[in-house]
Design a protein around this ligand. Structure first.
Ligand SMILES: [Zn+2]
Length: 329
């Protein structure tokens, strides 16, 4: 920029100035492309105010739950783009060419992690060599996670108190990137954690209305183990913790027996998973003389539409709890 400004002291013909400008831009583009990973890593560690003049931090997130987390901690200091919208299954999601250019333009990338975004793991690894690419679950204590070391259950947002701890990673990342506004991020994070603590209590109180023996959540895929542990709810699912593997006839038959024996009256579909297996479950129960209905659609791995209450994390959890209580109480 200083080069261009100095030229105004010695005016050049417009065409000549334009030519110099084009050469300068071309130079920037070429040097940008040929930057080594080291140089790019250095660029990524420059605090925001040093190169961006205080514009909002460009953040790209994978799921709605992660995007909502970053919006709550970052406030108007962040501009958040979310790759996976309403009803999108993160286990199966593959990045589009449009996603790649968004990721490329981002200052910081947040994803959920623990292999939730199974098809994007390699991409994040590559991008992490040149810019801040952070799994919000990265700093959670392993003894709080469900599953073994190599296959932790990724659905951490289903336990509100545990998800609340991921705000710390977002806080630290934004504060490190933009230290000038660290106090602001800190106060937003504290305020949001208070809201989440209240939500956690609310979930507990509402679910307690369901008699313990009827507090059983049967869903299409195993996204609710953290929910079950946090809110004393028994959880059963047809598919495992990822939707990648197909459910077999045996899994469906076992679950039909479970529903018949326990006289469970409702099962749940998920907004981001096909209801094919749940329908098979209902038909299986019918053929054994036990009537099971669909208790409603739960938000498991994706939030609702933007602009609706379910389009926020708090609204999504509230809606799930209301659906479960209505169907099982
Ligand atoms: Zn899932």
């Amino acid at each position: 920029m200083s080069g261009l400004r100095s030229q105004t002291h010695y005016p050049l013909p417009v065409s000549r100035r334009l030519a110099l400008f084009v050469i300068a831009i071309a130079g920037l583009i070429i040097s940008g492309c040929s930057q080594s990973a080291d140089e790019q890593a250095r660029a990524a560690s420059v605090p925001l105010d040093k190169f961006a003049g205080g514009r909002p931090i460009r953040v790209v997130c994978t799921t709605g739950m992660v995007a909502d987390l970053v919006r709550n901690v970052g406030g108007d200091r962040v501009h958040v783009e979310q790759l996976m919208g309403e009803g999108v299954d993160p286990h199966l999601y593959k990045s589009s060419p449009g996603d790649l250019s968004r990721l490329d333009a981002a200052d910081v990338i947040f994803y959920s992690g623990l292999h939730l975004e199974g098809k994007m793991a390699e991409l994040f690894e590559r991008i992490a060599a040149r810019k801040r690419t952070i799994a919000v679950t990265a700093n959670l204590a392993h003894d709080r996670l469900i599953g073994d070391e190599n296959s932790h259950d990724p659905h951490v947002w289903m336990d509100v108190a545990l998800w609340s701890e991921t705000t710390q990673t977002v806080l630290e990342t934004l504060s490190e990137f933009d230290p000038t506004h660290a106090a602001e991020y800190q106060s937003r994070q504290s305020e949001y954690r208070e809201q989440l603590a209240a939500l956690d209590q609310e979930c507990r109180a509402k679910l307690a209305a369901i008699p313990a023996e009827r507090r059983v959540l049967v869903t299409a895929h195993d996204a609710f183990s953290y929910f079950g542990r946090a809110y004393q709810t028994e959880v059963r699912a047809i598919q495992g913790i990822s939707t990648e593997s197909e459910a077999g006839v045996r899994e469906i038959n076992d679950l039909v027996s479970f529903l018949v024996e326990r006289k469970i009256k409702a099962v749940f579909v998920e907004t981001s998973v096909s209801d094919r297996n749940i329908q098979a479950l209902i038909e299986g129960c019918q053929s054994r003389g036990h009537r099971v209905t669909i208790g409603g659609a739960l938000y498991s791995d994706a939030m609702g539409a933007a602009g609706t209450p379910e389009g926020t994390y708090i609204g999504m959890i509230r809606k799930n709890v209301a659906t479960i209580v209505d169907a099982l109480k």
